[in-house]
Design a protein around this ligand. Sequence first.
Ligand code: HEC
Length: 108
Amino acid sequence: MISKLSSTSALLITAGLLTFSSASFAADGKELYTAKGCVACHGADAKTPMTAMYPKVAGQNKEYLTQQMKDIKSGARSNGQSMVMKGIMAAVSDEEIEALSEYLSGLE
Ligand code: HEC
């Protein structure tokens, strides 16, 4: 009985650690912004894009950012220059989109 209890709590602790580490990874939008190459087109501060044809994305509404990234990824949005970004989004998961939106919407 005692050994059964302790293996159960060991499992719970392991599950807790796994949840914690994946959550803290997913939450790091700032790191993703550099790691995924967003910086190249949208600028290090997300408001000095490579050309005036590309948008400033800092300080935009979080829900809007999430929707635009999902739409560019799926191809639902294919206006303007959005094809330029579509290939990048293939390597960005929904969790990462959330984290990126969180980070970008919090910028001034
Ligand atoms: C190769 C250049 C390029 C890269 C890399 C890139 N983007 Fe973009 N992004 C664009 C362009 C160009 C547009 C505007 C498309 C259009 O004209 O409709 C855009 C649009 C957006 C939009 C929508 C803005 C709006 O106002 O609707 C968001 C949000 C965004 N990008 C975030 C990101 C993030 C986050 C990354 C990294 C994962 C990224 N982009 C990587 C070129 C890029």
